[in-house]
Unconditional design. Structure first.
Lengths: 137, 294
């Protein structure tokens, strides 16, 4: 029995199909969505969503954080930003990472929530570089 | 009576006006279709987000210390209004409607003794409001100028609003935008964003055997992430609707302008022909009477 997976960015629906399994990067570890999974809502970190069909990966998407809503029959991934893995650019991600590192250095070190947010963004950028096949600095 | 030369010039100028308005109508029609497609493409995200929020809200109900975005500051003193207008004019009453509604709302809130702050989006609204309410404007954001609206525009605006709320600069935030009914009509609508009107609270009782969700990380953490995102998504949706409405309004306005120009040309041509005929008749009379006199 397949599970309906939808990957949605604020702009549009990127992927909507029934697959056997979807592995997504949860904030506290990767989680696989399979049929009859207990209903669950989770935060996503930046990373790669892999969709499995007949034991093999059919599609890979990079998501830069977001939310996922899992139920027994359906899995909706609300990505802040989602890209097909092939369209990722190492250079763009590296440039973004450099910008984030600079603003992390410049940020007020007492403002912990803001630092956490920047840290998360940096991790997402690093994951993007890795997913695109580059070497994270 | 205008001379033939003057009439010819006027017909010429109305004709070129008509060309411009009909071209603008075509452009607006093309842009409208694109804007509508985009608005539709953005809907699934908003729908899914609402579903998740409803779910979270249900399990968080009755808890204290909810985020201010959801529960509000507990006060109702300072209102932040976000009127959404376009950057460009020539769209009929599109911007005037928003400005009128905003103005009435400001007056009403002030009469109730509330403090009003303004954060206009789009140049037209800002230009209008700065004349009368310059001291109320805290910031303003330019619209997209008719180009595609990236989600980041809504994200920035949402972050700006959230940070103002966290600093306690306002208690209630309302967006005033043109809701897209159809190409012909847009309704100025007030939408309260903060505190959030929780969606779907009423169906909570209807499904007592609904599965119990697990949350990872906890509900609070999720809510605190989901709410700002929801604000951005709602803003994005209103921006897209407003953009589609702008093109619709412009199309309608330019359509009637083209028709009016056509009518004006007909009228002027009629006058022109009559004047010409009169001139010929006059000349003939002059020649004939001159010939008779000889």
């Amino acid at each position: 029995m397949p599970i309906e997976v939808e990957i949605v960015s604020p702009e549009k629906v990127l992927f909507s199909r029934a697959v056997d399994m979807a592995v997504m990067p949860g904030l506290e570890g990767d989680i696989a969505a399979m049929p009859d999974h207990a209903p669950m809502m989770l935060l996503l970190r930046g990373g790669v969503v892999e969709l499995y069909q007949d034991g093999a990966v059919t599609d890979r998407f990079f998501v830069a954080g977001g939310f996922a809503d899992l139920t027994a029959t359906r899995c909706t991934i609300l990505a802040d930003q989602a890209t097909v893995l092939a369209d990722l650019s190492v250079d763009a991600a590296q440039a973004r990472l450099a910008g984030l590192e600079a603003s992390y250095e410049a940020a007020d070190k007492m403002n912990v929530p803001a630092l956490d947010l920047l840290m998360e963004k940096m991790q997402s950028a690093r994951a993007e570089i890795e997913a695109a096949g580059g070497q994270a600095a | 009576m205008a001379s033939l030369k003057e009439l010819r010039a006027r017909i010429g100028s109305v004709k070129s006006t008509k060309k411009i308005t009909s071209a603008m109508k075509m452009v607006a029609a093309a842009k409208l279709r694109r804007a509508q497609t985009r608005a539709e493409a953005a809907r699934p995200y908003a729908t899914a987000m609402r579903r998740m929020l409803a779910e979270l809200g249900r399990s968080a109900k009755g808890q204290t210390g909810l985020p201010v975005l959801l529960a509000g500051t507990g006060n109702d003193k300072v209102h932040l209004l976000v009127p959404m207008t376009s950057d460009r004019g020539l769209a009929g009453a599109f911007n005037a409607n928003i400005n009128r509604v905003t103005r009435n709302l400001i007056r009403r809130l002030q009469a109730e003794g509330k403090t009003v702050r303004l954060l206009p989006v789009g140049r037209k609204g800002h230009d209008y409001l700065i004349r009368e309410f310059a001291d109320l404007i805290v910031d303003h954001v330019h619209g997209s100028g008719g180009r595609e609206i990236p989600f980041s525009a809504a994200a920035e605006l949402g972050e700006a609003i959230t940070s103002r709320l966290e600093k306690g600069e306002f208690d209630v935030c309302t967006v005033i935008y043109n809701r897209f009914n159809n190409v012909m009509s847009q309704t100025p609508t007030e939408l309260q964003l903060v505190p959030l009107a929780m969606p779907g609270n009423d169906d909570a009782a209807a499904a007592p055997d609904a599965p119990v969700y697990e949350f990872e990380p906890g509900e609070e953490e999720l809510l605190s992430r989901l709410l700002p995102r929801n604000l951005q998504v709602q803003l994005y949706a209103t921006m897209l609707e407003s953009a589609a409405g702008e093109q619709g309004a412009r199309m309608t306005a330019m359509d009637s302008a083209t028709r009016n120009a056509g009518k004006a040309i007909d009228r002027l041509t009629l006058t022109y022909n009559r004047t010409r005929q009169t001139n010929i008749t006059n000349e003939l009379i002059e020649i004939i009477s001159g010939a008779q006199a000889v």
